[in-house]
Design a protein around this ligand. Structure first.
Ligand code: GTP
Length: 344
């Protein structure tokens, strides 16, 4: 199943940067070297077995935009599954950005009336006033420009987990059997007495689905203001294979899959834990690659929780978090093995 994803927005708004971070695992610092996209760059990303994302990164210079909206209109806007339109939060040409957006939306409605629309208010890291206030201001302007079209707005930045969160939620809407996945994850969580079970896509480590019987469930559509950047660099793994979490433990404590202790509620889970965990695991995987180790799985046994991350299918990893130290990691691995055929 192929889903066409249109990535649009003004030149320099950050479209190619986000593509490079999410799909090529490049660091944010590398995006400064990216040149302007000429016309449309198309990519196919195999995502979850049958699901292929056909990503159209549309260069945002005015000449290209004018062409998309005139001679190329039918080509660009037909058969679209999702439009992701990127706005620079502090754009100096907001009025013109909104005009192009309104025209693009009209063309989308004409050629792909059922396409979902996600608007990213990007580069939130550059905002000096309270971010939530700024995001709400932009979101209300965008809602106005969208008329009666249903839209979802996210505040994002390549320098923190907000971009990850937004893309995870967008991709989640593209998965045809997302509710079945969640149901299977719930069963797995129950079988393991887990606090939480999280399903990640293998290469991007985007969160595809989570079990819903924890305090936070499947990615919701509620945008959250971006939090401060986290800078994490896991220490190199030991030379033994497969990789174990002994060298990862100290770093993983920052991944906040742990209950938060500092506000006095030991059961409150950090809302950014999925994205931060993704980020840490991706960094760890890259470290493994640099040291010519192959990443297979992770295990962590600490005083108050146990976590196992293992391959579930060809295209996914599953992370099981248990707050019961009488449950052995071997039992969790066995349950993962037994659950595999349900997810294939
Ligand atoms: P075109 O290809 O011309 O349409 O531009 P684009 O939208 O693809 O922009 P691109 O990704 O090339 O990014 C332009 C610049 O924005 C680069 O220098 C990036 O480093 C920078 N940038 C991207 N995302 C962010 C962000 O979240 N915060 C900040 N501060 N800079 C960003």
């Amino acid at each position: 199943m192929k889903k066409k994803v249109l990535l649009m927005g003004a030149s320099g708004s950050g479209k190619t940067s986000m593509r490079s971070l999410i799909f090529s695992n490049n660091p944010a610092s590398m995006t400064q070297r990216l040149g302007a996209t000429i016309d449309v760059e198309q990519n196919h990303v195999r995502f979850l077995g049958d699901l292929i994302l056909n990503l159209w990164d549309c260069g945002g210079q005015d000449a290209f935009m004018d062409s998309y909206l005139s001679t190329q209109q039918a080509t660009i806007f037909s058969h679209v599954g999702v439009l992701i339109y990127v706005f620079e939060v502090e754009s100096r040409s907001l009025a013109r950005d909104l005009e192009y957006y309104a025209e693009s939306l009209a063309a989308l409605r004409k050629y792909s009336p059922n396409a979902a629309v996600f608007l990213l208010v990007h580069k939130m890291d550059l905002v000096r006033q309270p971010r939530a206030v700024m995001l709400e201001k932009r979101a209300s302007e965008l809602r106005q420009a969208s008329g009666d079209s249903e839209i979802t707005v996210f505040g994002t930045s390549i320098y923190d987990e907000s971009l990850y969160k937004a893309w995870s939620q967008i991709v989640h809407t593209l998965i045809p059997n997302a509710s079945v996945l969640t149901r299977h994850l719930d069963k797995l969580a129950m079988a393991c007495s887990a606090t939480e079970v999280i399903l990640f896509e293998r290469t991007t480590f985007l969160v595809i689905a989570t079990s819903s019987n924890s305090s936070s469930s499947t990615p919701s559509n509620t945008p959250t203001p971006p939090s401060m950047p986290i800078h994490s660099s896991p220490s190199p793994p030991s030379s033994t294979s497969p990789t174990t979490l002994s060298s990862f433990g100290t770093h993983t404590s920052r991944a906040s899959i742990l209950p938060q202790q500092d506000d006095g509620d030991p059961h409150k889970l950090d809302p950014t834990r999925y994205e931060r965990t993704s980020e840490l695991i991706k960094a760890f995987k890259q470290t493994c690659t640099r040291t010519r180790e192959e990443f297979h799985s992770l295990e962590m046994e600490l005083a108050d929780f146990t976590a196992v991350l293992d391959e579930l299918t060809k295209n996914t990893y599953v992370l099981i978090v248990v707050h019961d130290n009488t449950i052995e990691t071997a039992a969790l691995r066995l349950n993962i093995r037994l659950a595999r055929k349900k997810f294939e």
